[in-house]
Ligand binder design. Structure first.
Ligand code: HEM
Length: 311
């Protein structure tokens, strides 16, 4: 875009408490709210003391909104930065859910695991919508700020990597991207070396009496996932009884929906990038869209896909 634009002043960032730690807050109660409403005539509180208000402090909103710094004169860079940051937040939310879904599966609690996965699906759908916003950036708009990324690339996102790893797409090279970041790498390494959410699902199939090969139940979890015929066979047996009373069948379908949405997310990244960059190399050193195209073919929970041929 070539018109003149302005970046509105919102916060004096010099005055923001820049600590990422939670700010002290008092805890309210139903009784206190009942008392308060008697003094407000039913209207919201409009006066606060100190240099913030409880809403700002609860989520450190002023700090969060002080972190958007376009580096170029390009209009679209603000959109790119905010979409990127919002996606990082959503990846964190997705990871939190999957981390807990893994625990629920490990104790055979499918009702709660399913509730968590349903929420995760909605978050991933929201993440796919971000590509529609990013696709409004046209080639010349992206070009206007691209050099400022230097070799920065989403491929270096540790939050995205956490999501990939917990779902089962392990990759040592992608983990080592973060090796030099001492406040990030230990959790990435732990995630790489732990059974994924899907590995726990496979262990559950074994606990439920399916004949799963021993090498699928205990292995070097940092190695890339390899499909196994004993797992495909277990899913096939489960799908022989496609009834609402068959909780493993319902869970298998839920996981397929989740994997399907993730595949759509990857596909939309790839098409958005082709639209904006064509076949230029990526900032992160890859061949760009052709590299993303190979990534887009990936499927989580592969046996749930391949066994469909035999249904
Ligand atoms: C619309 C603007 C975008 C373009 C043109 C773009 C382009 C690319 C390209 C070319 C790559 C290949 C790696 C490389 O850089 O060499 C890549 C990878 C990647 N990008 Fe983007 N990207 C965009 C937005 C985003 C956003 C907003 C995020 C998320 C915060 C993101 C996350 C990723 C991730 C996670 C990878 C690695 C993919 C994988 O490991 O499968 N991208 N991107």
């Amino acid at each position: 875009m070539t018109f003149e634009f302005k970046n509105p002043e919102i916060i004096d960032i010099e005055k923001v408490d820049s600590s990422p730690k939670p700010r002290p807050m008092q805890v309210g109660s139903e009784a206190a709210r009942q008392e308060k409403v008697k003094t407000t005539s039913g209207q919201p509180i409009t006066e606060f003391e100190g240099n913030a208000n409880p809403y700002i402090d609860y989520e450190s909103v002023d700090l969060l909104l002080s972190l958007q710094h376009p580096r170029s004169q390009g209009y679209d860079e603000m959109c790119f930065i905010i979409m990127g940051q919002a996606k990082e937040l959503l990846f964190k939310s997705v990871y939190y859910e999957l981390y807990n879904a893994r625990i629920r599966v490990s104790v055979d609690d499918l009702p709660n695991a399913s509730q968590i996965i349903n929420r995760t699906k909605e978050m991933l759908l929201l993440l796919t919508k971000f590509w529609d916003v990013l696709a409004t950036i046209r080639p010349e708009g992206f070009k206007s700020f691209r050099d400022h990324l230097n070799v920065a690339s989403g491929q270096q996102s540790f939050m995205f990597r956490h999501v990939e790893f917990i779902l089962g797409n392990k990759n040592k090279a992608m983990a080592s991207v973060h090796k030099n970041v001492e406040h990030v790498y230990p959790a990435i390494q732990e995630n790489l070396e732990s059974p994924s959410f899907y590995d726990e699902v496979i262990r559950l199939l074994k606990k439920r009496g399916f004949d799963i090969a021993p090498e699928c139940l205990d292995r070097n979890w940092a190695e890339p996932y390899k499909s196994h015929e004993s797992i495909e066979k277990a899913w096939l047996d489960i799908y022989k009884d496609p009834q609402p009373s068959n909780d493993l069948y319902l869970f298998g379908e839920l996981l397929t929906e989740l994997a399907d949405i993730f595949a759509r997310y990857r596909f939309q990244h790839y098409t958005t990038v082709e639209r904006i960059l064509g076949f230029k190399p990526g900032t992160g050193g890859s061949a760009g869209v052709n590299w993303l195209k190979t990534m887009a073919a990936h499927r989580f929970f592969p046996e749930l896909w391949t066994m469909r041929t035999d249904l």
